[in-house]
Design a binder for this molecule. Structure first.
Ligand code: SF4
Ligand code: SF4
Length: 83
């Protein structure tokens, strides 16, 4: 794949691992499959969700299916017109 074919991500997510209960709903909901449960445990004894670091499209499905307020935040990136 050439550099010209690489599309920039349209969003990204941050996950507060200590708020996450490791239910996995966000992992199942994410179409580009960029979320996964971590191998390690948080302080509550759950495997928290982790973002792969790229590939998010900003759809927000993970946020809407998450039962824990504050566990996951979605940022939708705006396109900036070239000068
Ligand atoms: S916003 Fe959409 S693409 Fe991004 S991590 Fe959440 S479910 Fe996946
Ligand atoms: S849906 Fe929320 S609580 Fe469940 S694994 Fe994802 S971030 Fe954690």
């Amino acid at each position: 794949m050439t550099q010209a074919n690489v599309q920039p991500d349209r969003g990204y997510v941050t996950i507060n691992a200590e708020e996450c209960k490791g239910c996995g709903l966000c992992v199942e909901a994410c179409v580009p499959r960029v979320l996964a449960l971590a191998a390690h445990l948080n302080h509550q004894g759950y495997h928290p969700a982790e973002y792969a670091g790229s590939g998010c499209n900003g759809c927000g499905l993970c946020f809407h299916c998450c039962p824990e307020p504050g566990a996951i935040t979605v940022y939708k990136l705006a396109r900036v017109a070239a000068a």
